[in-house]
Design a protein around this ligand. Structure first.
Ligand SMILES: [Zn+2]
Length: 405
């Protein structure tokens, strides 16, 4: 008989203290009598039990986490920033594989066990960055689920060979086809999106599109995305990342788009910038929303520290939330919401849904210190324990060495 792990004195979602049993990688439920057979005890010490974090918009191949800070050298605009990265990424102090792996491991140690990451594929990098992400996924297979988006950061039409690199990345092990600013970057939105959707259809893969475009341009690109999602029967398979230009639209135009997101189950990923779409508006329409770290301390930006609890604070802060239920909703987005974007959990039923700890749910869990869930978000204390499929993979912000079978 397999071992039962007993999480003693834990508070699911900050509620009453209980003992929770976990077995064969899944939550069994609260226990009142000691379990029979072999039992391993994890001391909760009254900490809050949450589903572990899901980071669904992270560029693991764009990181200088753990390396010396360098002055920012980029200039404004996606193309210029991409060129700045291109000039510098190979010159980092350690290899790309080492950077990706240590960044992923730091995220796991802080409570993340589900990741949807980009790997930039273009005519400069080829599949070098993708291979580093594939290696980091392999090295952490017993600690974390990693889904990889092949990401054409430099567009598809500006440099010959870009399409072949993207198509090849899907054959090489990427899971999701990426796209970016169909109007602003490639300046031919129909062709860009037809290519992205075509490659997705060929590989039977979902799509994730970075959309940094301003209001009416974002609306136009979004309408083309909706059109293709509907025509190709890709409901539930398309994610729009950022989309903050949509937040600047007149409310009737925005609501008309969100109606179609709901109809086609188009999900969204945010990194919680000050200009994001209002979180509660997305919840009102039942739109699947996940949270992510984006690039971290890289050639694009000095921000990011692998800690999804920090990013959850940022989501609450940028929404202007004060109420406990609103801040807890941010935690639900950062945990179960991200899994819904990855397709491994249902959408949040409402802004008051606190899922992820029911019998049968995967034992992908994090214990955090705090009087309440809101307090845990405000304090972001280091006293954390992280479980992946029931294995205690991290404790006190360090990997334990244990991995799931
Ligand atoms: Zn991004």
């Amino acid at each position: 008989m397999s071992t039962t792990t007993l999480l003693r004195d834990v508070r699911p979602w900050g509620g009453e203290v209980t003992d929770l049993a976990v077995r064969d990688g899944a939550v069994i439920g609260p226990v009142t009598a000691p379990p029979t057979g072999e039992v391993r005890v994890v001391e909760g010490r009254g900490r809050i039990l949450l589903p572990s974090f899901a980071d669904v918009h992270v560029h693991l191949d764009s990181t200088r986490v753990g390396l010396p800070f360098r002055p920012h050298t980029g200039t404004a605009g996606v193309w210029n920033m991409m060129l700045n990265d291109r000039d510098n990424w190979r010159g980092a102090e350690v290899s790309m594989t080492e950077r990706v792996t240590t960044t992923l491991e730091r995220a796991i140690a802080r409570g993340t066990t589900a990741v949807r990451t980009y790997a930039q594929v273009d005519v400069d990098a080829g599949h070098e960055r993708l291979d580093a992400v594939l290696a980091a996924r392999e090295a952490n297979a017993g600690r974390c689920d990693v889904e990889i988006i092949a990401f054409p950061q430099a567009g598809l039409l500006r440099e010959p060979g870009s399409i072949e690199v993207l198509d090849g990345a899907m054959a090489r092990g990427a899971d999701v086809v990426g796209g970016i600013d169909p109007c602003a970057l490639d300046r031919d939105p129909v062709r860009h999106l037809d290519l992205v959707f075509g490659i997705a259809e060929k590989h039977q893969a979902p799509i994730d599109i970075h959309l940094h475009e301003p209001d009416q341009l974002a609306k136009f690109s979004t309408e083309l995305i909706i059109e293709r999602t509907r025509a190709l029967g890709m409901a539930g398979k398309v994610t729009i990342s950022h989309g903050y230009g949509l937040g600047k639209l007149p409310e009737p135009q925005l609501r008309a788009l969100l109606e179609q997101f709901r109809e086609l189950d188009i999900s969204m990923a945010t990194i919680a910038p000050p200009t994001a779409l209002p979180t509660l508006l997305l919840a009102e329409y039942g739109i699947r929303l996940g949270l992510g770290q984006d690039g971290q301390r890289d050639y694009w930006s000095p921000y990011g520290n692998t800690d999804m609890l920090d990013r959850t604070w940022q989501l609450a802060f940028t929404n202007g939330f004060r109420r406990d239920d609103d801040i807890e909703h941010c935690v639900a987005i950062a945990t179960a919401g991200g899994r819904a974007v990855m397709g491994t959990a249902p959408a949040l039923a409402s802004a008051l849904d606190r899922p992820g700890l029911a019998p049968g749910d995967p034992a992908d869990l994090v214990l955090v210190a705090g009087d309440t869930v809101t307090a845990a978000v405000m304090d972001r204390l280091p006293d954390r324990t992280v479980l992946y499929r029931g294995a205690v993979v991290a404790d006190g912000l360090e990997l334990t060495g244990e991995v799931a079978a």
